[in-house]
Each structure stands twice: as C-alpha cells, then as structure tokens.
Design a protein around this ligand. Structure first.
Ligand code: ADP
Ligand code: GLC
Length: 480
C-alpha cells in the first residue's frame, strides 16, 4: 500500500511531545512491513537545522491559493529508510521559527494561516509530486483540513488523489479553533461552514473538519476512544465523536525499541537487561550526580518528564509537595511549559535543593537518564490519550505511578489489584489517592525482593510497534 502520513511533528526532526515519537515509529514499522510510506512535515527551523536535512533535495515549487493570495513554497524530499520518504513543506516566513506553535504560553497569531497552508500544500504534493496514495493518514488538528481539502481538489481536478483518509486524535484537547474570518483561507465553498462541517460555535475548527470528513477516525488507546464520547473527556467534540462512533477505533501506540531500549541506549551511561540490572545502578548514580544530589543516596528516586501542562497532573504533584519534602526521597522533574508550574516547582527546588531537581529545558539525553536512573516514574495525568513514558518506564525497569485514565489504564496494571501480573501503582486523579500511591511506593521500595520482581515483570512486557502497525495495516485494507 501507499501510505502518506500528514503530521506536524516527527522524531528526531521536531518534537514537542509524544506525537513525534508516535508518527515516527508508526511510519517506520509500516515501511518495514513493505509498504511505501511518506511523511509530510512543515519545514520548522528544527527540521531545517537537523544534520540529516542537509541531504534533502528540492523536488518542486508549489503555488498555494490562500484566500485571494497565491503563496509559494518549496517541497524538499529526503529518504529516511528503504520505502520511507520525508517531504518537507518549506516556507520560511511561516515555519522557520524557534518553536513550532508559539512562544511561551502564547500561540503565534498566524497559526490558522500556517496550518491551512500546510494542509493545502499536502494536497498539492499528492497532486503534483506523483505521490498518489492509497491512504492519507492525518494526525491531530494541524492536519485536520486535509480530508476535506483533498475531496474538494479531487472534484475540481477530476482525479483521485487518495482512496481513503484516516484522522488520528492524539489529544482532543487541542483543536485548532480559529475565528470565522479565517475560513476564507480555505477557499472552500461557504456551505462547508455549517454545523455539519467546519463550523464550531461560530468559529472554524480544524480538528472537527478532520473528524467529520475523514473516512475513519482512530485514537491512541481503547480507553481514550471510550472516554472521548463523554462530556468529561470530549472537550466539546463528544457529540461529533458519538455521531461517528461506528467509524472510531482506539489503537494503542507502541514504543520504538531501537530508540528506547536499556540494552542498547547510547544516551545512558551503562546498558542493562532484566537479567543483569547492574547498569541501572550506574545510571542511578549518574542521575544523582547530574542533579547535584549525593550519589550515595539509597532511598527512592521519583522521576517525571512531561510538558508542564495541567493535563499532566502537576496540580496533584504540587498538592503532594509535603510528601517529597518530609520523606527522604529525591524527585527529578524535566519539563517545560506553563509558567505557573515552572514557577511553583522552581520555588520548591530553590527551597529544597536536597529534594527536588528541576530542569526546564528540552533535553532528550536527560529524558533517557531519568527513565533509566529513577526507581519510580510519575504520570498522574488528569487525562492521557495514550502516554508513552509509562511504557518507556516499564521497559527501563522504573515502576510507573499512573492515574487510571486513557492509555495509562490500558498499559499499567496495579500490583495490589493484580498481584500476579501488576506492573505499577495505579491511582485515581485526586491528591489523596496520589498521596496514598506514593506511600505504597515507599513500602514497595523497602521490600527489595518484591521491587525486583515487579521491575523484571515490567521489563519483559512487549510494547513494540508490531501489534499497532498490524492493526493500522488492517484498518487501511478495510478502508480501501
Ligand atoms: P504528550 O505527547 O502528551 O506530551 P507522551 O507521554 O505521549 O505525552 O510523550 C511525551 C514525550 O515527550 C516523551 O517522549 C517525553 O520523554 C518527551 N518530553 C516531554 N518533555 C520533555 C523535555 N522537557 N525534554 C525531553 N523530552 C521531553
Ligand atoms: C498526545 C497525547 C499522549 C500520546 C501522544 C502520542 O500528545 O497527549 O497521551 O501518547 O499524543 O500519541
């Protein structure tokens, strides 16, 4: 099959979260199965600066109609692996910026134009770069207009550009909602701006467009697929989701075990396997050292790597601050985002440098070191479509402490509820429940035999992409 992924992030070129990892490993697995796979990405500065991009070649120049304007862009291509090609839409005025979506908490003012343009460029690539696809697979709101623009272009030019389209929701909380006047940028007929189309409470919603016009909808875990039908998790789109429930399926992400594997990881100081955990001890010492803690510390280390957003349960962590101060534990947090969380955590770290180490940079090596060197990994998310870090944690022998939501509920079983199969500590998304879970972690850490048993069990779980990629393959076949 010929599969074109349309996405705004792709590891290792540009990453702000799990979307980048998810698209990269999915595309790689499908190419390895023998399919022809392309990924189309905006030419962000991170992409242009990536060393591999130097080998990219300009394929063609496109003119994209945006309202009354004709705007140009260059399309670059780069072979990433056999049968896997990256296409980059280069328009520096839009994408050559330090961050993909905005500065600090503020989105760029021209995001509607930036992503309408991107989606139109994708359709033009399909039309003009000989990229005709069996399936065009769109990821998140940034590519939500592709299905409708594709059908509009097919009608106008009288040709088939793709047999089917898939829209994957990685996070329904981000929707790409813009003022009604931005609808003019799409050049779609007015009758698409209705409640059956792109209109969303008087505005234009890019995610809704994808949910309405894609042939199939997927999301990244079975539990999240159920949750988003409800008002609590649907973020206003639960009605649209319910109307399309028959076309929606939740397929759990896998992890890329070439990138995330304690036995081969080159970003950590020592490698290890479930049968020989001595390397994990070396990682622990290096983590303690790099955080400025005493390297001889033997108590529990709690790690956390995430966007500092309310989704990630930072309010629960802050509500449990006394636990981390009063007990002889270490907490290591790597994350950037919301200024109020950065500030609150920075205050604790300044006051209690012997307890909390905080880094607010984007630091890929550090994220691996935290996974490898910690005893417990914290993911007390309020909602979590899939979550990748809990799977990385299990693989790295770091016991996850997660809330019972979305993909966390699908990947971690509680060790008390499932004594024979449990791999982590599962709590409810409330401060009291998290505090209880943290206390259970202390008890588990004190019982080293049980701790090793749980670690070994987690490390032997298989979260590779093979299952998910086969499921996507079946879905594509079904559409075609
Ligand atoms: P989300 O996509 O909602 O942010 P996921 O758990 O799916 O959550 O994926 C988050 C990914 O981003 C993980 O690979 C995590 O290690 C990474 N990450 C988050 N913050 C940082 C950071 N500051 N530095 C390095 N990696 C980070
Ligand atoms: C989103 C979700 C996260 C998921 C990731 C990859 O960013 O918040 O839960 O793991 O996408 O699908």
């Amino acid at each position: 099959m010929k599969i074109v992924h349309a996405a705004s992030e792709l590891f290792p070129f540009v990453k702000t979260g799990g979307l980048a990892d998810s698209v990269a490993s999915q595309a790689k697995s499908l190419a390895a199965f023998g399919h022809d796979v392309a990924v189309v990405l905006p030419g962000y500065r991170a992409v242009l600066d990536h060393p591999d991009f130097r080998a990219a070649k300009e394929e063609l120049e496109l003119v994209v109609e945006m309202g009354d304007d004709d705007l140009h862009c260059g399309i670059f291509s780069l072979k990433l692996a056999p049968r896997l090609t990256l296409y980059v839409v280069r328009r520096d005025e839009y994408y050559d910026r330090r961050y993909p979506y905005g500065l600090g908490n503020r989105d760029y003012d021209d995001n509607a134009a930036r992503f309408v343009f991107f989606d139109k460029a994708i359709v033009e690539i399909l039309r003009l770069a000989g990229l005709k696809a069996d399936v065009v697979h769109c990821h998140d709101w940034q590519t939500g207009l592709v299905p409708v623009l594709l059908r509009a272009a097919e009608q106008r030019h009288g040709e088939t550009l793709a047999i089917g389209t898939v829209m994957t929701i990685h996070n329904i909380a981000f929707q790409g909602v813009y003022p009604a006047r931005d609808f003019a940028l799409t050049n779609l007929p007015e009758d698409f701006f209705t409640i059956e189309g792109l209109e969303y409470y008087g505005q234009m919603s890019m995610l809704k467009a994808g949910l309405v016009f894609a042939d199939r909808i997927t999301t990244v875990s079975p539990t999240y697929a159920r949750e988003i039908r409800t008002e609590k998790f649907g973020c206003g789109l639960e009605g649209v989701i319910r109307a399309r429930a028959g076309d929606l399926v939740g397929l759990l992400n896998g992890i890329d075990t070439e990138v995330w594997n304690p036995a081969t990881d080159r970003l950590i100081p020592a490698n290890y396997t479930p049968d020989d955990l001595s390397g994990k001890l070396a990682c622990r010492r290096e983590l303690l050292r790099s955080c400025g803690f005493d390297t001889k510390f033997e108590g529990p280390i709690f790690g956390m790597v995430c966007r500092l957003a309310d989704q990630k349960g930072l309010d629960l962590i802050l509500a449990c601050r006394d636990f981390f101060i009063q007990n002889d534990v270490r907490l290591v947090i790597l994350g950037r985002g919301d200024a109020r969380y950065e500030q609150a955590l920075r205050e604790i770290a300044n006051k209690h440098p012997d307890r909390l180490a905080l880094s607010t940079s984007l630091d890929e090596p550090m994220s691996h070191l935290i996974e490898a060197g910690s005893d417990f990994f914290l993911m007390p998310s309020i909602f979590e479509p899939c979550g990748l870090n809990q799977m990385y944690s299990l693989h790295y022998g770091t016991v996850p402490i997660v809330t019972r939501v979305g993909g966390l509920a699908d990947t971690v079983a509680d060790i008390e509820e499932n004594p024979a199969e449990g791999t982590g500590i599962v709590v409810e998304p409330e401060a009291a429940s998290l505090r209880q879970g943290l206390k259970r972690a202390l008890a588990l850490h004190a019982d080293q035999a049980r701790m090793f048993e749980i670690i070994g069990r987690g490390m032997r779980r298989d979260f590779s992409w093979t299952y998910a990629a086969r499921a996507y393959e079946a879905l594509y076949r079904d559409i075609i």
